[in-house]
Structures are given as C-alpha cells and as structure tokens.
Write a protein that binds this ligand. Structure first.
Ligand SMILES: NC(=O)c1ccc[n+]([C@@H]2O[C@H](COP(=O)([O-])OP(=O)(O)OC[C@H]3O[C@@H](n4cnc5c(N)ncnc54)[C@H](O)[C@@H]3O)[C@@H](O)[C@H]2O)c1
Length: 449
C-alpha cells in the first residue's frame, strides 16, 4: 500500500491561533496518521473518500452531521453498488476512520473540503457550510499540509476563505502550507464512468501548491489537469455547469417547438447526434434539479451582478430553467382540459420524483414544485418512486408515496423520472400520460410536455 509522497507536516513549529479564537495547545504538532482527510461526506465527498481508501491511502472521513455519520456506519447511504462494496470494506479497515472531531483533520497530510454550496430561495449563493468548513480547516491547519477546496463556488473563493485567513494565522500559502482548488465532477448514480476515471482540474495558490495538489489527486485519479491559477480552476467548473444549464434550456425550448410542430424531439436529437463533430446531445425534461445545474450558474451571476456585468444568455437560461415546472403544470392543465377535465379535482400521479434516475436525491427536484403547484390548482396528487417514501414540498408539506398506483386511479400520469427498471405496464390504456422524460414512446395516450 502506498502513501502520499508529501513532506511531513513540520513537527517543531508552533503556530498562532486565529485572532479571537480559543487557543488550542499547539506546542507540538500531531503525528501524521492519515494521508487524506475529507470534510463533508455527501453525494460527492463519500465516494471520493472511498476512492482514496480503495487506492491504498489512509483516510480520515469527517462529517459534522451525526445523522449522516450514523447512516454511513450502517452502510445505509445512496451509493452505487461498487461504492457500497467499497464502503463495506472501508468500515472494516482501521485505515479508514469515520470521525466526528474536526481536530482529527490535523493528523492528515491533505485535507479536502466537499461541503454543500446551494443557493437560497432568492437564488443567492448560500456559503454558510463552506465558510464554516473553511474556518474549521484554518483553525486546525498544520504547517506542511495541503488544504484543498472541491466544492463548486465563485471565482476568488479559495483566496477569500483559505489563503487570506491562513495568512492571518501566520501560515503563508506556498511557504508554510499548501492551498489548492479542484472542483468535484462526480456523476452520482451513474456507473458509466468510475470515480478514478474522471479527470481532475487543479490549481494551487502557488506552483508549489499545484505540485503538491497534483500528487494528492493522482493518488486515485487517473488524470490530473493543472491550470495556471485558482481562479481558472474555479471558473472552469462554472463553465462546465453553465454550459450544461444553457444547453438544457435550449433543448427544452427545442422540445416545446417540436411539440408545436408535431415532431418527436428525440428523433431530431438522435439524428443531429450522428454528426461526428460540433454537436453534443442534451435531453429535454420536466426541469433540472440536484445540487449543480439549478445552483452553480447563480454563483457566477451573483458575482457578476456585484460588478454590474451582464450575462444575458446565462440569465435567460436560468430563468427558463426556473420557469420549467410552471410550464409543466400549464401543459398538464391543457391536456386535462382537452379531455374535458378541469384541474380542480383531477387525479394526477407523478411517476418518479428524484431529480434524475437511479438516485434518491430530491434536492431542487422539479417534481416538488410541480406537485405543490398541482395541489394549489386543486388537483388530487400522488407520486410513485422506488427511492423515495416521503417528499417534502417547498411549502413544507410532506407527501407520502402511493404504493398502489392502480388503486390511486389517476386521470393523468406525469412521467417525471424514469428510474432503471421502472414499470409502466400498470398504467391503463385509457389513462392520459404526459411524458416528461421524452422516452416513453411505446405508451398509448402518451403526449410529450
Ligand atoms: N451532487 C453532485 O452531483 C455534485 C457533483 C459535482 C460537484 N458537486 C459539488 O460538491 C459539493 C458537495 O455536494 P454534495 O452533493 O456532496 O453535498 P451533500 O449535501 O450531499 O453533502 C455534503 C456533506 O457535507 C456535510 N457538511 C456540511 N457542513 C460541513 C462542515 N462544516 N464540515 C464537515 N462536513 C460538513 C453535510 O453534513 C453533508 O453530509 C457542492 O459544492 C456541489 O456543488 C456536487
């Protein structure tokens, strides 16, 4: 088993605590007992921790949530089967330590932060978790360590939340300590590309920091791509997800246009995708969810607003994305009314509510807003989803899953998320089906959004 080829944290140096904080005894630095510590063990941090452990690294896995730690200990978390096996092995191995004490971060040569970076209901970045995690890192930082941000964030964040606060503590990036940024790019729920195969873009605060961060990432990632600055690395992630957001908004618009022309949009996309260059297929749907596409471009827009810089194309795409659930509900109203049914009292079943197939992640899922708007319009709603037993709507109402969809006797079924193996054979031929997945061509009485 190999361990990271990093300089040892310096044992003799005493480092001042941050101003205003409780003084921690630092006469001698702690022994290095781990190669990597991961702070934040969610959809992204946990598979990363497991990839390091699988690569033979000694891992400290830290999360502030007792609920999350307990679920990890029970191996009761939403993971791919391959990662579930890795977790099973990790939990049996002393080289993988699940901890609740942030002081344990001091024992690792490298500390990687992977905490949530959502937006609030005004679409303004909510940096609460990232700020808190960075304060912890700075507080417990040990000379010689690498501290690396991997959460998606605005340009300049690593400098603001790590480099400057460390300097105030007397730790200069590139001299006393290493600081880097490398956005996570994992695709939860998809086994198409292994964690190790996803190339990592990285930059350090100095070229020495970049060198150390490259080595830390290369301990599990097959390809590491260094870029010239922290800002370039931060902006790269924003480009990746803004690119997706704009293209999803475009293909949704195309789907609506094809619908009005009586064309099947998937026929058009599949045909265009035969072009071997210059076209990348995106798929339309009932909206976007998860922790990336509905959020990340707002980090950029928020930052640009402060500098009074316009980004009209990104703004329009994000408005279209935000408006998609309303558009879906209007379409359902239209389909019902064409069949002589009003929305009030109509029985509408939403099939699949997570934001994408084969995950249990409900964050920002368009289904939640769609269900709430349907209730507000007077419909009698239900949902089915093998991954979700209770869905909490934006207004706080908890909706229980319908276990017997046939008994629910819907007037209309909205196909929202097509999990692998989802069975639609229970839907009676006479029931109206609105296909928000654009993939259920075989169903009778099916119309697209
Ligand atoms: N989910 C995705 O598909 C995806 C993909 C690529 C990148 N990202 C980015 O990765 C980051 C993490 O996303 P996620 O989906 O894994 O989030 P998540 O909500 O699934 O997990 C975050 C974890 O961090 C923990 N946490 C919060 N504050 C903490 C702190 N101060 N110290 C330690 N732990 C703390 C939480 O308890 C939670 O378990 C975000 O910036 C996101 O944009 C997400």
């Amino acid at each position: 088993m190999s361990t990271l080829d990093l300089p040892d944290p310096r044992p003799e140096r005493s480092v001042p605590s941050p101003v205003g904080r409780i003084e921690h005894p630092r006469a001698t630095e702690p022994a290095v007992t781990a190669d990597v510590a991961i702070a934040g063990l969610g959809y992204v941090g946990l598979p990363t921790a497991l990839a390091y452990h699988h690569a033979g690294q000694r891992v400290v896995a830290f999360d502030i949530s007792p609920h999350r730690r307990a679920a990890i200990e029970r191996n009761d978390v939403d993971l791919l089967p391959s990662d579930r096996q890795r977790l099973h092995r990790a939990l049996d191995d002393a080289q993988f330590r699940l901890v609740d004490d942030p002081a344990q971060l001091r024992c690792a040569r490298a500390v990687i932060v992977c905490v949530p970076t959502p937006v609030d209901r005004h679409l303004v970045p909510d940096l609460t978790a990232l700020r808190a995690a960075c304060e912890t890192l700075v507080e417990y930082a040990v000379p010689g360590q690498l501290l690396m941000l991997t959460s998606t964030t605005y340009v300049g964040c690593t400098e603001d939340l790590l480099v400057r606060p460390l300097r105030r503590r007397g730790l200069v990036a590139g001299e006393d300590i290493h600081v880097a940024f490398s956005a996570e790019r994992i695709d939860p729920g998809s086994a198409a590309v292994r964690t190790e195969q996803v190339p990592r873009v990285v930059a350090g605060a100095t070229s020495a920091c970049t060198g150390v961060a490259r080595r830390v990432l290369a301990a599990y990632a097959e390809r590491v791509h260094p870029v010239p600055s922290l800002a370039v690395a931060e902006m790269t992630k924003l480009l990746e997800n803004t690119f997706r957001a704009v293209n999803i908004a475009l293909v949704n618009e195309f789907a609506d246009i094809c619908g009005s022309l009586g064309l099947e949009v998937t026929d058009v996309i599949d045909a265009a995708a035969t072009k071997p260059y210059g076209f990348m297929p995106f798929r339309p749907g009932p909206g976007v969810g998860g922790h990336c596409i509905p959020c990340d471009p707002h980090y950029l827009l928020w930052q640009l607003r402060k500098d009074r810089v316009d980004a009209p194309m990104i703004s329009t795409a994000m408005q279209q994305i935000a408006a998609r659930p309303t558009r879906v509900v209007e379409r359902l109203r239209d389909v019902l009314s064409r069949h002589g049914l009003g929305m009030p009292g109509a029985r509408v079943l939403v099939s699949g509510v997570t934001y994408k197939p084969d995950v249990a992640d409900l964050r920002e899922s368009p289904a939640l807003e769609i269900l709430q708007r349907l209730i507000e319009a007077g419909a009698v709603v239900g949902f089915t989803d093998p991954y979700v037993s209770t869905a909490t709507l934006p207004n706080g109402i908890d909706l229980l899953r319908v276990d017997d969809p046939a008994a629910f006797a819907p007037d209309l079924v909205l196909l929202h998320t097509a999990h692998s193996g989802t069975d639609a054979t229970w839907i009676p031929d006479a029931t109206l089906v609105v296909d928000g997945t654009y993939g259920a061509q075989a169903l009778p009485n099916r119309v697209t959004l």
